[in-house]
Design a protein around this ligand. Structure first.
Ligand code: NAP
Length: 236
């Protein structure tokens, strides 16, 4: 069975649009999302454009801030301080990666925890780790939604997360643990990835390299979520 991500995404967007209408009815204004991009990384240009488009379609307020590659750290931190204080802005996304001369940790640390909709800041990471309420990172939360839509039993299931980034792998493992799965995290130093995959009822792959996990490794009946955004290499 193929999990139809596009159909599920359309349902999520419709739910959000309903939620936005309810907020507008109560508060008289929509929640607003500010997206900040520094430089012209081609993938980032597309991601931010899509986020702004999705906001508009859902009726959310959106504020796009595009800064040149040469922006100084102080200028970026200044913008974030202003967005933290802006009452029209309820969520702030800083598109990663940032140019090398900018200290991404300082940027992530400055976003107000209640506006840190990516859930990358220390307060929200701690909340996830401690099982407290907080903003959860969107990509792994989306994976949980896909697993739920596919009616994948998670309680007691053996779940394997391949990848241990702050953005996907680590929060994914914690969200699966929150759902009572028995979680293993594999990474580039894992000794026998095929054996780990072969035992898993649920595999979430967030590696950044296509076709690293072979279909033959997957346990029959297992559920697989491929987070990777990469094209398989083609030989002509
Ligand atoms: P990342 O920071 O580059 O992390 C990749 C992870 O894969 C690392 O933990 C690395 O292990 C592990 N890895 C690399 N080679 C491996 C190997 N041979 N065996 C086992 N593990 C290996 O990437 P990321 O930010 O987590 O993103 C992962 C993928 O998800 C990318 O393709 C990205 O484009 C995609 N992504 C998609 C979405 C979405 O919304 N769909 C969102 C974010 C990211 P080490 O830690 O040991 O180096």
């Amino acid at each position: 069975m193929i999990i139809d991500g596009k159909a599920i995404a359309a349902r999520v967007r419709a739910e959000i649009a309903e939620g936005v209408k309810a907020v507008v009815g109560r508060a008289g204004m929509p929640p607003g999302l500010a997206a900040v991009r520094v430089g012209e990384d081609p993938a980032s240009v597309i991601y931010v454009r899509n986020k702004i488009k999705a906001c508009k379609e859902a009726g959310l307020g959106s504020f796009e801030h595009v800064l040149p590659e040469r922006t100084t750290q102080e200028d970026l931190l200044g913008l974030l301080s202003r967005l933290n204080a802006d009452r029209r802005v309820h969520g702030i996304l800083v598109q990663l990666p940032l140019p090398k001369h900018i200290d991404a940790d300082r940027v992530i640390d400055l976003v107000a925890p209640e506006k840190d909709v990516d859930g990358f800041g220390p307060r929200n990471v701690a909340a996830l780790t401690m099982g407290r309420p907080g903003l959860r990172p969107c990509t792994p939360s989306g994976c949980i939604r896909l697993l739920d839509e596919a009616e994948t039993p998670l309680q007691g299931a053996r779940a394997l997360v391949v990848g241990r980034s702050l953005i996907v792998g680590k929060p994914m493992a914690l969200l699966l643990l929150e759902r009572n799965a028995t979680v293993t995290v594999a990474h580039s130093r894992t000794r026998d990835l095929a054996a780990e995959v072969g035992q898993a009822d649920v595999v979430v792959a967030a590696i950044g390299r296509a076709e690293l996990i072979k279909g033959a490794w997957i346990k029959p009946g297992a559920t697989v979520i491929d987070v990777g955004m990469n094209r398989p290499s083609r030989t002509c």
